[in-house]
Design a protein around this ligand. Structure first.
Ligand code: HEC
Length: 135
């Protein structure tokens, strides 16, 4: 290959790279769900306060506290809010505002609707994917 052919290929690939990068960023700029509803904000608080350090979701996470995937349907809205408001001897009080408590509870509600948190009850399909059992 002649030298100027190499330069042409290089220039072509460089231009493609910039077009691709630009379009990716332009696409992500209007991701409307970021910052969206109460459950989205709750997820962000969940990450900021590192609840995962002690709690599991879908069986993944720290093991100091219980799995919270289905706490919403098992314990209820008021129970979760009371827990988040004051903590217990082993669960820290994060001094959350009532808005933060509302958002975290909405997040736990959306997690509850998405599946179950007992890995031992998951059925493994023949192709290695996982089937959620009926709740
Ligand atoms: C330092 C570890 C730790 C962190 C961090 C933590 N928790 Fe907990 N959490 C616990 C423990 C331990 C319990 C069980 C306490 C008890 O029963 O007295 C618990 C219990 C709970 C419960 C009640 C669950 C049930 O089934 O009774 C909820 C809801 C909860 N935590 C939510 C959260 C949220 C939301 C966060 C983040 C803002 C969080 N926790 C951060 C340790 C933690």
């Amino acid at each position: 290959m002649k030298d100027y052919h190499k330069i042409l290929v290089f220039a072509f690939l460089t231009i493609l790279f910039f077009i691709y990068t630009f379009s990716l960023y332009a696409m992500n700029a209007d991701f409307s769900s970021i910052g969206g509803d109460s459950a989205d904000r709750g997820k962000r608080i969940w990450q900021e306060k590192n609840c995962t350090g002690c709690h599991q979701i879908y069986g993944l996470g720290g093991f100091l506290g219980p799995d919270l995937t289905n706490t919403y349907s098992e314990r209820g809205n008021a129970y979760i809010k009371a827990f988040l408001k004051s903590g217990t001897k082993t669960m820290p009080d994060f001094k959350l505002t009532s808005h933060e408590i509302e958002d975290l509870t909405e997040y736990l509600k959306s997690i509850d609707q998405s599946g179950i948190g007992r890995p031992s009850q998951l059925k493994i399909n023949y192709d290695g994917t996982i089937a959620q059992p009926e709740k």
